[in-house]
Design a binder for this molecule. Structure first.
Ligand SMILES: [Zn+2]
Length: 493
């Protein structure tokens, strides 16, 4: 048997079981395409028996011509398998409850009956040409002798691979290792491991299972999943590379994949999430910035490029002089040592006030100290944004870009989207990308103060800006203009 490590991604099945999360057919298919791009081997795309929409999504994935196998979740019922067959998927994940607790309390059945039903299901699926993966649900709380029996009978009936599921995340790495090692002894087929994160060991258990011989690792993007979620795909793939030098997925695409799934699911990624979180390669404290500027490895275990991230120097009350100097240089201006000192103390003061500093805020401080007016390269002359019922949100803008007037109009998902689209159209051909848009209601109620934070990118340079006020359209446009003026300002120098 080859030693290749296979990945089964279940973002579209287990991940979609995140409380409150449902995806449209189009979103599911576009996520499947992205998963295929990073090199996932099996995509568990949903559960065919669940709904007509699920079947449609699975059918479309099966027709996409993906390199990955497309699999449907099935319970141990022939009806579930027939539903999967109707979608033309390659494989099924036949999920069988194996623990005494699940068999007695949930299924109200007996181990003997579960075993007989499993064999029947495997035979039925194999007769119709499906690849069959038998997943032992709650396998981590199942007696080893029964688990071995269920797997060996399944393989005898034709199952192509089997998987140990730590359904409620109760394994620790040592236990996961022991269980996988024991199961491996008598198995001739690929053994998988499906780890959950309830006790925060999802990734560690999955890596331990790999060490013990599991060769199909189940993960989800951003660790989405029921309760505390599943083992995150990026963390397991990078763990394999970092700890054991095993190449698997294209890790350079992990940040893009994470963001894509976050936007489509509406589930944000925590700033401190390892690898792809906003802060995973951000440095604020003076000691760290100084270290990273001298040698990146001092405070970065891997390069940000390995996961498609960027290093970011954040200014705040922990900043040192080195970071300030670097950021001033970034603005394309020169400051004397005294001026740098003044900028430094102003940054600290803002940090102490509890406010997060954006690049645009920093520019205002620097130009104020240098007594240079902040040049307005992009000025807003007019803005109209309309929305209503039975009306496509539409906006028109008039901008003055370095003395040249540009007028344009656009539609959008809502008034903010329309206004931003209209500005983007007016900028046409300037290669500016709005890479992040975030809005918070600072106070409650319909008259709430909103705080908009944005990030813009142009030719590899990223700037952040923010604005606050009561009108979400105006505030969004103001933040956008602040960012644009930073980008265009640098260009002129
Ligand atoms: Zn699961």
């Amino acid at each position: 048997m080859s030693d290749k490590v296979f990945f089964l991604d279940t973002t579209l099945r287990d991940g979609e079981q995140t409380p409150g999360l449902t995806l449209t057919i189009d979103k599911k298919v576009s996520i499947a395409r992205k998963l295929d791009e990073v090199g996932v081997d099996v995509i568990e795309g949903g559960s065919a028996i669940a709904s007509a929409g699920e079947r449609e999504a699975l059918k479309r994935m099966a027709k996409e011509g993906l390199k990955a196998e497309v699999a449907s979740f099935c319970r141990g019922l022939t009806g579930d398998i027939d539903a999967a067959l109707s979608c033309d998927v390659d494989a099924i994940c036949l999920v069988i409850s194996t623990s005494k607790l699940h068999i007695e309390k949930k299924l109200r059945s007996t181990p003997e009956k579960v075993l007989a039903d499993t064999v029947k299901c495997v035979e039925h699926a194999k007769k119709h040409g499906l690849i069959v993966d038998v997943l032992a649900e709650d396998g981590s709380r199942t007696e080893m002798s029964y688990l071995k029996k269920l797997f060996s009978e399944s393989v005898k009936a034709g199952a192509d691979r089997v998987c140990l599921c730590d359904t409620v995340g109760v394994f620790c790495p040592e236990k996961a290792f022991e269980a996988v090692q024991e199961l491996r002894k008598s198995l001739k087929v690929r053994l998988g491991f499906h780890g959950h994160n309830d006790l925060a060991c999802g990734v560690a258990n999955t890596l331990a299972a790999y060490r013990a011989g599991a060769r199909e690792l189940h993960c989800t993007v951003n660790g989405l999943g029921e309760r505390a979620g599943n083992a995150p795909l990026d963390e397991v793939a990078v763990g394999l590379k970092y700890f054991y030098n095993v190449d698997t997925l294209d890790t350079r695409k992990m940040s893009e994949l994470s963001e894509f799934v976050s936007v489509l699911t509406g589930v944000p990624v925590a700033g401190n999430k390892p690898l792809v979180g906003r802060n995973a390669f951000a440095h604020e404290s003076g000691i760290h910035v100084d270290g990273v500027l001298k040698a990146e490895g001092t405070y970065e275990p891997i390069t940000p490029e390995m996961v498609g991230q960027k290093r970011r120097i954040q200014l705040g009350k922990h900043s040192g002089r080195k970071a300030i100097e670097l950021k001033v240089k970034d603005l394309g201006v020169k400051a004397t040592p005294q001026q740098l000192e003044e900028i430094f103390s102003k940054v600290k003061k803002i940090g102490d006030s509890g406010k997060e500093m954006t690049d645009a805020d920093f520019q205002v401080i620097v130009f104020d100290v240098l007594q240079t007016p902040v040049e307005q390269h992009v000025k807003l002359k007019e803005l109209v944004s309309l929305t209503g019922s039975n009306l496509t949100p539409t906006a028109s803008v008039k901008l003055d870009i370095n003395g040249i007037e540009k007028v344009s109009a656009a539609i959008g998902n809502g008034p903010v989207d329309a206004a931003i689209n209209a500005i983007e159209t007016a900028l046409g051909g300037t290669n500016v990308k709005l890479s992040s848009y975030h809005v918070d209601a600072v106070t409650g109620g319909t008259d709430a103060l909103v705080d908009v934070k944005i990030k813009l990118e142009k030719d590899g340079r990223e700037v952040s800006a923010a604005s606050a006020g009561t009108d979400i359209v105006i505030v969004s446009v103001e933040a956008l203009l602040k960012g644009l003026n930073l980008l265009f300002g640098k260009e002129k120098k």
